[in-house]
Design a protein around this ligand. Structure first.
Ligand SMILES: [Zn+2]
Length: 150
């Protein structure tokens, strides 16, 4: 898995559609290039305010000039960490189901509901980890390498 070319970052596959829609209305502050879902290099939760409210954010890297931008969704309909967990896990499930159905054609998979422990695990993970790489590992995108620094 080392040295995998990341012309295509798959993180957008795990990003909820409504977030992608917002991202794709953005433009790079540096060069004006339109943001694209393939530019997404991180998705996460950060807390703000005294009440410990959470906001979701997406980091994306300009395809043209490589400048990174963080888009927060503080004023969007979420947000609790739980909400984000549900959304992400939903995406992961949908994605895995899709891949599985490609591989195994018709095998029915009954466990596509989201389990509480799954949400708890992801929630805990998001609360204790800052690293994007760890998150990518968590959601199983271990083909991504961090070769984009420098
Ligand atoms: Zn740019």
């Amino acid at each position: 898995m080392k040295g995998t070319n990341m012309g295509n970052q798959p993180l957008h596959k795990y990003t909820p559609r409504w977030m992608l829609n917002i991202i794709e209305t953005k433009k790079c502050a540096e060069c004006g290039e339109k943001a694209h879902k393939h530019d997404i290099c991180a998705i996460g939760v950060r807390s703000f305010g005294a009440e410990g409210k959470c906001t979701t954010y997406v980091e994306h890297k300009c395809g043209k000039c490589q400048v990174r931008t963080i888009t927060s969704f503080a004023k969007e309909k979420l947000s609790s960490v739980e909400d984000l967990c549900y959304m992400i896990i939903e995406q992961i499930h949908a994605q895995k189901k899709l891949e599985k159905s490609k591989e195994l054609s018709q095998q029915q998979n009954s466990n596509s509901q989201i389990g509480d422990d799954e949400v708890d695990a992801l929630k805990q993970f998001l609360e204790t980890n800052e690293s994007h790489a760890d998150f990518l590992k968590y959601i199983g995108s271990n083909e991504i390498t961090e070769d984009d620094e420098d």
